[in-house]
Design a binder for this molecule. Structure first.
Ligand code: PLP
Length: 350
């Protein structure tokens, strides 16, 4: 086995392959034995997070990764709607192609999942979405920018959705908002009382292994989610890490700039190679390889570069998703992609 295959480049989960800020590690190293023996105090880190997102006190709840926030939304909706008229459970709407956790969370909480399907292209299926919006839809998962496409939500759509379904909780997943530079967190959040914004420190801040996320909304909107969350979702390492991470603006800006350059490199490579890709606003790019996608992904893995086969997701036939964060790593991915394509395009392959 080659060295690169033994320790592959992980470009399949949109992790930060540059690691976290060095300040985060220093903060964890500074934790005292007594700190570890105590239940964590969330007051300082919550204030730091409120400052970071520019919201008032009470508008944030920290969670054990954004995944926990996605779960809490489903449990809160199931709990609030348990006496819904009729025998059927409330419905969670998932707009495909989507992050798999939405359907998993809804299912865990006993909600029915209704998937809104795109056409051949994975763009947001606006018409199908509104057609699916019946009164028994009580939870709507949205993503901006989308994973796996990296596409922005169509402008103005969020407001239309929040207004069209006041009986539903809208959970807007902004896992990649640092890269897009766009967020629904702001003064308008006060008007949208059925909207919760989910954020994570896993991607642009590189804290995936520590599990740190946040849900942001009007305090009354957050209240039902707080009821289903455990009292101490973050451990002390995550708390100290988050405090340090939000202070290191330079590291965040470096991460965002690297992703911007990387997306450009992948898009340029796709043009050269005659492959279609979608204009991403995140730290990854969805690339349409075609029928050979399975082979190409396998060959790249054999060469030590892991990327994600997304060809089974609706609207994503023949596609793989490549994390495009740290520029050096993106260059390696492009070289591996070119090699894999060259061998798969050879006329006399086995
Ligand atoms: C990575 C990701 C998450 C998960 O965030 P965690 O904080 O690691 O739980 C949530 N939503 C989307 C769309 C993601 O890509």
């Amino acid at each position: 086995m080659s060295a690169s295959a033994a320790r592959p480049l992980r470009l399949h989960l949109n992790e930060h392959t540059g690691g976290c800020s060095p300040a985060v590690l220093a903060a964890i190293r500074a934790i005292a034995r007594e700190d570890i023996a105590r239940y964590p105090d969330y007051a300082p880190v919550t204030s730091a997070s409120e400052r970071h997102f520019g919201v008032d006190a009470g508008w944030i709840t920290l969670t054990n990764g954004l995944d926990e926030g996605l779960h809490a939304a489903a449990y809160a909706v199931a709990r609030t709607n348990r006496r819904l008229a009729g025998a059927r459970p409330p419905i969670a709407l998932v707009v495909e192609p989507a992050f798999e956790m939405y359907a998993a969370c809804a299912d865990a909480a006993g909600l029915d999942v209704r998937r809104v399907l795109p056409g051949d292209d994975p763009a947001f299926p606006v018409e199908a979405f509104f057609a699916a919006l019946s009164p028994d839809v009580r939870l709507i998962y949205l993503t901006d920018p989308n994973n796996p496409t990296g596409l922005a939500m169509p402008p103005g759509l969020l407001d239309r959705i929040c207004a069209a379904a006041p009986w539903a909780l809208v959970m807007l997943d902004e896992a990649y908002a640092e890269y897009s530079g766009r967020t629904a967190i702001g003064p308008a959040l006060d008007r949208r009382r059925n909207l919760i914004v989910g954020r994570t420190f896993a991607k642009a801040f590189g804290l995936a292994g520590l599990r740190v996320g946040a849900i942001v909304a009007h305090p009354e909107t957050l209240a039902p989610l707080r009821r289903v969350l455990p009292p101490f979702p973050l451990n002390i390492c995550a708390v100290r890490a988050l405090e340090a991470a939000v202070e290191d603006r330079a590291y965040l800006e470096w991460s965002i700039a690297q992703a911007g350059e990387s997306r450009g490199l992948v898009a340029g490579a796709c043009r050269r190679l005659g492959l279609h890709c979608w204009p991403s606003e995140a730290n990854f790019v969805l690339v349409r390889i075609g029928d050979e996608v399975g082979r190409v992904v396998e060959e790249m893995a054999a060469a030590g570069v892991l990327v994600r086969d997304r060809s089974q997701q609706p609207g994503c036939a023949g596609c793989c998703r490549i994390t495009a964060g740290v520029v050096d790593h993106t260059r390696r991915a492009i070289a591996a992609l070119e090699d894999a394509l060259r061998s798969s395009r050879r006329p006399h392959r086995a």
